[in-house]
Ligand binder design. Structure first.
Ligand SMILES: [Zn+2]
Length: 151
């Protein structure tokens, strides 16, 4: 996503639109773009630097680390903000900055119940199988050993 400085006027520039997926290589790690990146950015130039603020939204499909099922998610960067010193070229590529912000907002260990807002089938299974009473009876000898120590 390249911006020519000539297009940014004194009162700034507002950009809104869609951009092709910037994280295609993450498909190997079960992060798949399902739709293009949506962006709304305000750009301006002041004192030899370019600033940009705005928001990004990248619809993806993630894989739940518990049930291993894919589920839809939207990576949101609501406070995208950069400040770049203008040193040479008049054509500024915003792609690396957008990419970085998307990656920062990507959940590292996605859970379909937490990020996907659904009931994780694996969580239900774990609760049903959890041998809770047995576990507490196993702990009791530890407490009695502690009592003997006190005596
Ligand atoms: Zn799940």
């Amino acid at each position: 996503m390249k911006i020519h400085l000539r297009h940014i006027h004194a009162d700034g520039l507002h950009l809104e639109g869609e951009e092709e997926c910037l994280i295609p290589e993450l498909a190997a790690e079960d992060v798949r773009c399902t739709r293009p990146l949506r962006y709304a950015l305000d750009l301006g130039i002041s004192e030899g630097s370019l600033w940009a603020t705005g928001s990004l939204a990248q619809p993806v499909e993630l894989r739940c680390v518990r049930c291993l099922e894919p589920f839809p998610f939207e990576i949101e960067a609501k406070a995208f903000s950069i400040h770049v010193d203008l040193t040479g070229p008049e054509l500024i590529d915003l792609t690396p900055y957008l990419r970085e912000d998307i990656l920062l907002n990507l959940p590292p260990h996605p859970h379909c119940d937490r990020e996907g807002g659904r009931v994780c089938p694996a969580a239900e299974r774990t609760e049903a199988e959890a041998p809770a009473p047995e576990e507490s009876s196993k702990r009791q000898p530890d407490w009695s050993a502690l009592d003997k120590l006190k005596l």
